[in-house]
Design a protein around this ligand. Structure first.
Ligand SMILES: [Zn+2]
Length: 310
C-alpha cells in the first residue's frame, strides 16, 4: 500500500547550474546530494557522480561510490553525517554496475563504517571485462526496494523516508541497474543515460537490443511515476525525462540505419571500414570507441535478421 504521507510531497524543482567541484557535495533536492569524483576525462565527463540519498535522521544510501580514490572515499564518508555531526552514517551502498569508475570504492567505503553497510547491486556477468568483476553482498531483484526510515517523531516520516526502487537495465553492462527515488520521482540512471556524452555499448557485456529494451522500460517507469528529472552518473541533471529517453532511442535507431547503409554499401567490408561511413558526423579520434558500438549495432541487426549477407 502506498504511503500517502510520502506521496503527498511534491517532486522538487532542481537547479543544477552551479559549477563542477569535487570537494563538497552539491545539494540537488531535499533528499539528494551529489559528490563528483575527481576522475574527469573523455569517458567520464566531469567525473563519476556519486549520489548521497537520505538525511542525518535516516542515514544515507551511497549510489556509485566511484573509482578507487582515497580522497573521494573519505569525502563520501564525511558527507554522510549522524545527527551529532560525525561521519560515516551510511546504511546502504549501491553500485549501478561494475565498471571501474563506479564500483571499486564500494569495499573501502564499507570498511570505513563500523556498521559495515551492505554493498548492493548485481553480480557481474561472465562477459564482464577483467577490471569490471564485481560481487555484491546482496543482489537487488528487479523492482526491489531499499528503504530508509527516520528515527524520531512520526511527523518526520513523510519528510525524510526514502524508498529507492531498483530497475534492471542491461545494455551498457549486463549487470546494470537504475534506481527510482519514489518520494521525489527522481531517476538515477547510472551509465544507461548520460548527459554530455554517449553511452558506450561494448559487446559482449554490452548489448544493443537489451539497451533499447531497457530504454523502453525506463520510459514506462518515468511515465507511471511522473518523473521529470534524470540524474546520470556523468554530467548534469537532465530535465525532461520522457523527451530525453525518446531522443536517445531515436538517435540509436538513426545510427543503426547508418550502420545498415554502410554494410550495404560495403558488403564485404570490415567493421573498421564501416565506421567512417556510419560515424561520419563523429570526431575521427572517437572512431576506435565507436567501433565497439558499431559492433553492437551489427549484432543487433543480425539478431533482427536485417544484416546483409556478404
Ligand atoms: Zn559504465
Amino acid at each position: 500500500m502506498p504511503d500517502n504521507r510520502a506521496m503527498s510531497a511534491l517532486p522538487p524543482t532542481i537547479d543544477d547550474s552551479a559549477p563542477w567541484q569535487h570537494d563538497t557535495p552539491v545539494r540537488l533536492s531535499p533528499r539528494v546530494q551529489r559528490l563528483t569524483a575527481p576522475n574527469a576525462g573523455v569517458m567520464t565527463g566531469p567525473g563519476t557522480n556519486s549520489y548521497l540519498i537520505g538525511t542525518p535522521q535516516t542515514g544515507f544510501v551511497v549510489v556509485d561510490p566511484g573509482p578507487m580514490d582515497t580522497d573521494h572515499i573519505q569525502r563520501l564518508w564525511q558527507a554522510c553525517p549522524h545527527p551529532d555531526g560525525s561521519g560515516g552514517h551510511i546504511v546502504h551502498i549501491v553500485c549501478t554496475h561494475s565498471h571501474a569508475d563506479h564500483a571499486p570504492a564500494a569495499r573501502p567505503l564499507q570498511a570505513l563504517c563500523p556498521q559495515r553497510p551492505p554493498v548492493w547491486g548485481l553480480p557481474s556477468a561472465p562477459t564482464a571485462r577483467a577490471n569490471s568483476q564485481f560481487t555484491p553482498d546482496q543482489s537487488l531483484q528487479n523492482e526491489e526496494l531499499i528503504t530508509l526510515i527516520p528515527c524520531g517523531p512520526e511527523a518526520n516520516l513523510a519528510l525524510n523516508s526514502v524508498r529507492l526502487r531498483a530497475i534492471h537495465t542491461p545494455g551498457h553492462a549486463a549487470n546494470h541497474l537504475c534506481l527510482l527515488l519514489e518520494e521525489e520521482a527522481l531517476l538515477f540512471s547510472g551509465d544507461h543515460i548520460l548527459n554530455g556524452s554517449t553511452t558506450v555499448i561494448d559487446p559482449p557485456d554490452g548489448h544493443m537490443g537489451d539497451y533499447l529494451h531497457s530504454l523502453d522500460t525506463l520510459s514506462s517507469l518515468c511515465e507511471a511515476h511522473g518523473v521529470r528529472y534524470i540524474l546520470p552518473a556523468h554530467g548534469n541533471v537532465l530535465d525532461g525525462a520522457l523527451a530525453t529517453i525518446a531522443k536517445l532511442k531515436a538517435h540509436r535507431l538513426q545510427r543503426e540505419a547508418k550502420v545498415l547503409a554502410a554494410m550495404q554499401a560495403l558488403p564485404k567490408g570490415s567493421p573498421k571500414e564501416w565506421v567512417p561511413l556510419a560515424y561520419d558526423d563523429v570526431d575521427a579520434r572517437l572512431w576506435p570507441l565507436a567501433q565497439r558500438s558499431l559492433l553492437a549495432h551489427v549484432e543487433h541487426l543480425q539478431e533482427l535478421q536485417q544484416a546483409p549477407t556478404p
